[in-house]
Design a protein around this ligand. Structure first.
Ligand SMILES: NC(=O)c1ccc[n+]([C@@H]2O[C@H](COP(=O)([O-])OP(=O)(O)OC[C@H]3O[C@@H](n4cnc5c(N)ncnc54)[C@H](OP(=O)(O)O)[C@@H]3O)[C@@H](O)[C@H]2O)c1
Length: 252
């Protein structure tokens, strides 16, 4: 079986670091031209675009700003003339303790919902409309096991945003399959990135490992091949599916 993405332009959000960066390498390695979205890490995104080649380019947008999301999609479309796949990967995990001041609670919930869910919803809408015009396309949403098992009380906003992403993906899969549009969720558990490191620094590595069946925390490169497979067309009849990649730490 060969995964060949050489005819595809794929937009990956949050692609400057962590899981997104690994996705870019995997997708470009299979031949895709990748639109490498970043927010602050401009140099990292530019260097990555040069490294992976295939005409891949970097694009800036703060996804907490819906207008910036629309501009991002239009910029990518203007640059490449089409988009064949969208990976909603960018995400943030901010704590909002129950006892936090109201203003802080409100801000964390709003920012989390904008970056993790609203940006994905808006980019998906623009992608679906574009895919309808060009005869199809694929979406992959990077959620979390937290969408299914919940998270610690401080991270309820994170878990809720990821559950929204799951419902969004399933609705897209059910609603737009006849337009040759497919949609999937990949739901990681702890993965070795800056996001997980902040947690590990606080609670210790043993805490993160203890739940896993495999006794180890995966690397971003353990997530990326599944996403390439889903975008390849080899899994179109799995549309609507969620693939768990959490080292057996949550099985449902
Ligand atoms: N790591 C884990 O343990 C884990 C577990 C389950 C699910 N996930 C999910 O996997 C995805 C990737 O996570 P990760 O661990 O790779 O995260 P990460 O290392 O913290 O990287 C986050 C990425 O999102 C971008 N980003 C953050 N805030 C943004 C904003 N306001 N606007 C636009 N982009 C923004 C960052 O861009 P810049 O650096 O350019 O600012 C960066 O590229 C997330 O959706 C996360 O929820 C991760």
């Amino acid at each position: 079986m060969t995964i060949n993405l050489s005819t595809q332009v794929i937009l990956v959000t949050g692609a400057s670091r962590g899981i997104g960066k690994s996705l870019v390498k995997q997708l470009a390695g299979a031949g895709a031209t990748v639109a490498i979205h970043f927010n602050e890490a401009q140099k990292a995104a530019e260097t990555l675009a040069e490294q992976v080649g295939n005409g891949s380019q970097s694009f800036q947008a703060d996804l907490s700003d819906l207008e910036a999301c629309s501009r991002l999609f239009e910029n990518v479309l203007d640059t490449f003339g089409r988009i064949d796949g969208l990976v909603n990967n960018a995400g943030i995990a901010l704590p909002a303790p129950l006892g936090a001041p109201d203003e802080e609670w409100e801000q964390v919930w709003n920012t989390t919902m904008f970056v993790n869910l609203r940006a994905a919803e808006l980019l998906s809408r623009l992608a679906i409309r574009h895919f309808q015009q060009k005869g199809g396309g694929r979406l992959v949403h990077i959620a979390s096991r937290a969408a299914f098992r919940g998270d610690t009380p401080d991270y309820m906003a994170y878990a809720a945003s990821k559950a929204g992403l799951v419902a969004l993906s399933r609705s897209i899969a059910r609603g737009f399959g006849k337009d040759c549009i497919t949609s999937y969720v990949v739901a990681p558990g702890f993965t070795r990135t800056d996001m997980a490191q902040a947690f590990i620094d606080t609670y210790g590595e043993a805490y993160a490992v203890q739940d896993t069946a495999l006794g180890q925390i995966p690397f971003p490169s353990d997530i990326a091949p599944t996403v390439a497979f889903l975008l390849s067309g080899l899994a179109d009849h799995a549309t609507g599916a969620t693939i768990d990649i959490n080292s057996g730490s949550y099985v449902h």
